[in-house]
Write a protein that binds this ligand. Structure first.
Ligand code: 6GU
Length: 238
């Protein structure tokens, strides 16, 4: 069972998402255990401040190191020898999330997510503890909770047994380097629009060819970068 610790000043945001849908089902199936840590409860009384002004000046506040360090120590106190522990800091200046990273993280025994706010966190926490600095794309969000949930969602669904058939993760877009093909269900005609005839034919080989063509066409149009990579001869990549 993978143990997930979420360090945040806004536990309600995190709980709202882990208590629904697949993330919740994974916990019920005992494939994951979530522990949410409220960062304010690790801050010093009487004011319980978790942020402070930046040394060197400038705008915005920085998250203080002590509450983060205490919460991380608490999150790792019962780690077993040999456990694979990753301390993840979602941040727009991190490495952009990929399917490969999600797969790697899904093999860990413990994931600790630091949800940053304000201008960022004290660099010493990154230097001392953080193993993975991950961005979810080239745009800026107001806090770390949504990126954490995005990363966590991609990881949990890859744990074998979480989805009904592991197959349904194996055929994802990106798992096979091309975008997904188009899907149709009943009715055969919807508001004058019909389902491609081949899909109704029962001819498995022709259906497979149609789907691959659909993937190639869509990938070429939406993601020329992926399409180019797909056409290139295979080389050993990281
Ligand atoms: Cl991980 N955090 C924030 N605040 N903004 C982001 C991001 C992360 N990734 C992209 N934008």
């Amino acid at each position: 069972m993978i143990s997930v610790h979420l360090l945040t000043p806004f536990p309600d945001m995190v709980n709202a998402i882990i208590n629904e849908s697949i993330l919740k089902i994974a916990e019920k199936k005992e494939m994951v255990k979530y522990t949410v840590h409220n960062l304010f409860s690790y801050a010093d009384p009487p004011h319980h401040r978790i942020d402070d002004y930046p040394f060197g000046g400038g705008s915005g506040m920085i998250m203080k190191p002590e509450p983060l360090s205490r919460a991380i120590e608490e999150s790792t106190k019962d780690v077993n020898p040999g456990d694979r522990v990753r301390v993840i800091f979602p941040t727009p200046d991190g490495k952009v999330l990929s399917h490969a990273t999600s797969e790697e993280l899904s093999k860990a025994d413990r994931l600790i997510f630091i949800n940053g706010h304000y201008k960022g966190i004290d660099q010493r926490i990154r230097d001392r503890y953080v193993t993975d600095e991950i961005s979810i794309g080239d745009y800026v969000l107001t806090g770390g909770e949504l990126p954490t949930m995005v990363i966590l969602d991609t990881v949990i669904r890859l744990i074998p047994g979480v989805l009904n058939t592991y197959e349904s993760a194996e055929t994802d877009s990106f798992a096979n380097e091309l975008l997904d093909f188009a899907h149709y269900t009943r009715p055969e005609e919807f508001d004058g629009m019909i389902v491609p005839e081949i899909l109704l034919s029962g001819h498995h080989q022709k259906i497979a060819t149609w789907r691959l063509d659909n993937q190639l066409e869509k990938t070429k149009k939406n993601r020329p970068d992926l399409f180019k990579k797909y056409l290139e001869p295979k080389e050993e990549s990281e």
